[in-house]
Design a protein around this ligand. Structure first.
Ligand SMILES: [Zn+2]
Length: 155
């Protein structure tokens, strides 16, 4: 999780929303990434997706199910629906989330749990502080992230 936090901090330094993710398979880090949405303009550039892309780039030609089957995703924020979908699709078995205080969960946790994934939630103050600092400079974005109306999955 320390590495994921470092990714989030790096993202914040680049003026992105500070979320970082690390993928671990068989005890080894196979991919890392942070949210680059603001930097790239690509709305799918979330930390988890960037980490998946990084792992795929490092292992060209490997089938995604082989690459991610049984993997663990360490991420500093609860995955959104899109990222949860990718995590489910590629056969991850566990997601470890640094904190859930800065984002109204869109229903992704029960979605992942229903698919048999283990979801472990912590309370990493460092990650909370990174997001709170970002919100102070981006109050409109905070409203969006804390809104319960935001594309909530009905499960
Ligand atoms: Zn996402």
């Amino acid at each position: 999780m320390q590495l994921a936090s470092e990714e989030a901090r790096q993202g914040a330094e680049e003026n992105n929303f500070p979320v970082g993710s690390v993928i671990v398979k068989d005890g080894e880090v196979i991919g890392v990434g942070h949210n680059r949405h603001r930097e790239t303009g690509d709305p799918t550039s979330h930390a988890e997706i960037e980490a998946i892309r990084d792992a795929a780039r490092r292992a060209p030609g490997v089938d995604p199910s082989d690459l991610f089957g049984g993997a663990v995703c360490y991420t500093t924020m609860m995955p959104c629906q899109m990222c949860a979908g990718a995590i489910i699709r590629f056969g991850f078995t566990k997601v470890v989330v640094a904190e859930v205080e800065t984002y109204v969960d869109s229903g992704a946790q029960p979605l992942m749990e229903r698919q048999g994934l283990a979801v472990e939630v912590g309370r990493e103050q460092y990650c909370i502080d990174l997001v709170e600092t970002y919100y102070q400079s981006n109050p409109a974005f905070e409203q969006i992230m804390r809104s319960a109306r935001r594309g909530r999955l009905e499960l």
